[in-house]
Design a protein around this ligand. Structure first.
Ligand SMILES: Cc1cc2nc3c(=O)[nH]c(=O)nc-3n(C[C@H](O)[C@H](O)[C@H](O)COP(=O)(O)OP(=O)(O)OC[C@H]3O[C@@H](n4cnc5c(N)ncnc54)[C@H](O)[C@@H]3O)c2cc1C
Length: 325
């Protein structure tokens, strides 16, 4: 199989999830007569393409000023051409907003099989793939066979695979002539960044989330202080978002983002199923709740029964001290 990893570039930099799907691609390729290549689409891609190539993979680069502003149609067109140019059998995206937007469109145009939010790639037999995808709010894991006779497009949940590390032999960077050719029907006029200057929620290895119990936007400072010490991001329950304490971009759960960090703090969050869907695959979950019977404790690895307004500042100070010492 020829496997194509679709790299994602934000503000000129390669997103970490791109290196995770490179590992996923290599796990598919292992042990068979398979090849792995990567691609990036955008404008001003030298740094990102070089970063991918430094991880030992050949990179196809569609770099043109017409891709400076993201558009689903323009990027889909470019990726379909790239996938067809070398008859790729498998196209891998990270399950980020970028991947979620593009993968179904690319799969449709390639008449490919599509599996989204994949958390496990079980086997690669011949040109067929067996993949696992959580369903019904994470209550069951469904295993799909993606048949050999079709191109396969996958989005892989962030933090499912470890990021590829640099190896000695760099890959080649090949620029391909590409530009937006058709009239784009939906044009992005303005991008308003909601960035807090912290790591992206879906990229973060540590997430500190707060719930309705935070009572105000100002009190979320407690979450930001702990997240900052741990180099993490801040998330929120829907109740906290609906109350206006945090923007919707911070919402974790069924109607928010799915995060998969190494460490997740649920502070004053009851543990409703719609919240759990967004964080239950975190490697370690720490719950802080003053109600010992709160459902979140059933899903937590560590539980602290207590008032978050007392517990979180102590945790922050202790973490600071550990880092300094
Ligand atoms: C279709 C649908 C989609 C949804 N999507 C989402 C989603 O994407 N994400 C999501 O989060 N929710 C979602 N919800 C809402 C979800 O059902 C819950 O209502 C929500 O998660 C509750 O948020 P919470 O835990 O912050 O608030 P609450 O349920 O009110 O829980 C607050 C918790 O804080 C504890 N607490 C109170 N004060 C303190 C304190 N001082 N210290 C420590 N603990 C304290 C309480 O004991 C309680 O357990 C959805 C609901 C529906 C119907």
């Amino acid at each position: 199989m020829n496997i194509l990893v679709v790299g994602e570039v934000k503000n000129g930099e390669l997103r970490h999830t791109s290196l995770e799907i490179l590992t996923a691609a290599r796990s598919i390729a292992e042990g068979g007569d398979n090849t792995v290549a990567a691609c990036v689409v955008g404008s001003g891609l030298d740094g990102a393409a070089g970063e991918l190539a430094a991880h030992g993979v050949d990179v196809l680069v569609a770099d043109d000023a017409s891709y400076e502003t993201y558009s689903s149609e323009g990027y889909t067109e470019a990726l379909v051409k790239l996938a067809q140019s070398k008859s790729f059998d498998v196209v891998l995206f990270a399950d980020t907003s970028f991947g979620k937007d593009l993968a179904p469109a690319v799969a449709t145009q390639l008449e490919a099989a599509l599996a989204t939010d994949v958390v496990q790639i079980k086997t690669a037999e011949g040109s067929a793939l067996h993949v696992v995808h959580p369903m019904y709010s994470g209550k069951v894991n469904a295993e799909f066979e993606m048949s050999a006779d079709r191109t396969k497009v996958l989005t892989v949940r962030p933090h499912t695979f470890a990021a590829a590390t640099k190896n000695g032999s760099g890959g080649n960077v090949e620029k391909v002539a590409s530009s937006v050719e058709k009239a784009i029907r939906a044009v992005v006029k303005e991008v308003v960044s909601t960035s807090t200057g912290m790591v992206e929620l879906t990229d973060a290895d540590v997430v500190v989330s707060g719930g309705r119990s935070l009572k105000s936007e100002d009190n979320f400072k407690l979450m930001y202080d702990l997240a900052e010490v741990l180099g993490g991001a801040v998330g929120a329950s829907r109740a906290a978002v609906d109350a206006g304490y945090q923007p919707h971009s911070s919402q974790v759960g069924q109607t928010g983002k799915v995060v998969n960090p190494s460490l997740y703090f649920a502070c004053g969050i009851s543990g409703a199923i719609q919240h759990l869907v967004g964080m239950r695959t975190a490697k370690v979950i720490v719950a802080i709740n003053k109600d010992a019977n709160a459902p979140i404790f059933q899903n937590a690895d560590y539980g602290i029964v207590g008032d978050l307004f007392e517990v979180v500042p102590i945790l922050t100070e202790e973490c600071k001290a550990l880092k300094q010492g």
